[in-house]
Design a protein around this ligand. Structure first.
Ligand SMILES: N[C@@H](CCC(=O)N[C@@H](CS)C(=O)NCC(=O)O)C(=O)O
Length: 235
């Protein structure tokens, strides 16, 4: 079994978190997303969608972090993916929500365009697009805080599941633009719980080191300016 990933890829980190927590051993290869290695013809031969992560197990190729998490949990008999039908469907439901709703509005719509130059909106549209997606992201975060977490420590109830691995990895990226969780106390407490997992820092260390190494001072300054402007205007 081989995992193609890059610590700079958010979806890769969710899989790495699960793998480290479960002490899983497999071959791995880093495909540098920053250098565009995922766009190469060689990698497209493995994953025509040219995205990371990719898990290859004999003839099976899985390209969705959520499916890879389910597969690895199933292979290892992990309790983080319950077998009973209703609890399992709840985990699937939350995974879909993180992959679709939260990723769209929070990650792709609001966070990445501020972190990665290639994801910026066109000049003249950038600020307006960020504002629109920030408003949508707040609606999603409200649902996560008040409804999914509510009185529970984890998004599916009392026990940590693969949905928490994926969701916390997504929410954690907000730190890099200084996104405040002050209005979301349950999310903040959940993130503290997830960050206290013994493998959290291992699976996030290379991401953090990679970002710090790659961000030029100019980008860092622009990021700080953009975020400061948004925060003072909107929050
Ligand atoms: N739906 C996929 C998303 C995979 C994805 O978009 N990965 C990003 C990195 S987090 C990627 O490879 N982006 C490169 C690109 O779109 O060019 C999943 O859940 O794993």
């Amino acid at each position: 079994m081989k995992l193609y990933h890059d610590p700079l890829s958010t979806d890769s980190r969710a899989v790495l978190l699960f793998a480290h927590e479960h002490r899983l051993k497999f071959d791995e290869e880093i495909v540098s997303i920053w250098d565009g290695a995922h766009l190469s013809d060689v990698f497209a031969g493995l994953n025509p969608d040219r995205t990371l992560p990719l898990l290859v197990d004999r003839n099976l190729r899985l390209t969705q972090a959520s499916t890879i998490l389910k597969y690895l949990a199933e292979l290892t008999g992990s309790q983080t993916y319950p077998h009973a039908l209703h609890p399992r469907m709840l985990v699937n439901e939350r995974l879909d929500w993180f992959s679709n709703a939260l990723a769209r509005d929070f990650l792709h719509g609001f966070v990445y365009p501020q972190m990665f130059p290639a994801c910026r909106y066109a000049d003249g549209e950038h600020q307006a697009a960020l504002r629109r997606h920030l408003a949508a992201a707040h609606r999603k975060l409200y649902v996560l805080d008040r409804h999914f977490l509510g009185a529970s420590p984890y998004v599916c109830g009392q026990e940590v599941t693969i949905a928490d691995y994926l969701g916390a990895t997504y929410v954690g990226v907000g730190d890099w633009i200084g996104f405040s969780l002050a209005d979301y106390p349950r999310i903040a407490a959940w993130m503290d719980r997830m960050r206290s997992l013994q493998s959290w820092s291992t699976s996030h260390h290379e991401f953090e080191a990679g970002l710090i190494a790659r961000w030029s001072p100019e980008i860092a300054e622009r990021l700080a300016g953009t975020q400061a402007g948004l925060i003072s205007d909107l929050v």
